[in-house]
Write a new protein. Structure first.
Length: 147
């Protein structure tokens, strides 16, 4: 039997400037995917004039989206991280270098390195049901270790 539960997922996030001691992320949403990773294209292909297959490697960043309970401690801290890295008129971003370690319930770790926060909601939207929508934060990384 294979137990594929995600219950107990924990993430250690280190942001070089904003949170150098790190944060534990474990307050995941119920109305959006707590941890989402899109498919990663690692190669591209084409056909030569006479039908020969041509394949080449392609570097792409690893994107990770976290769905967090709104107004939780995790949301407040990730909101600080987002705001500190946002640039604007008269506002320089922190340029945090982010490392994210995912600890799955089975104990298998995945560590993502040389990352940045790239997307997030600047404040809480409200759903038609009358509750705050879960906040999502998107990170992009250069590399990973582990499965």
């Amino acid at each position: 039997m294979q137990n594929i539960t995600g219950f107990g997922l924990s993430i250690n996030l280190i942001a070089s400037v904003t949170f150098p001691a790190g944060l534990i992320i474990n307050q995941f949403a119920d109305d959006s995917d707590p941890l989402d990773v899109p498919s990663l294209q690692i190669a591209d292909s084409a056909m030569g004039l006479n039908g020969d297959l041509i394949v080449w490697s392609k570097a792409n960043p690893i994107k990770v989206t976290l769905g967090i309970i709104p107004a939780s401690d995790n949301d407040l801290n990730l909101g600080i991280l987002l705001e500190n890295n946002r640039v604007g008129r008269g506002k320089l971003g922190a340029k945090d270098l982010i490392t994210m370690s995912l600890i799955y319930p089975a104990g298998n770790p995945v560590t993502l390195t040389n990352g940045a926060i790239t997307d997030g909601l600047p404040f809480s939207p409200v759903a038609s049901a009358g509750r705050l929508k879960s906040k999502t934060y998107v990170f992009t990384f250069e590399n990973k270790v582990g499965n």
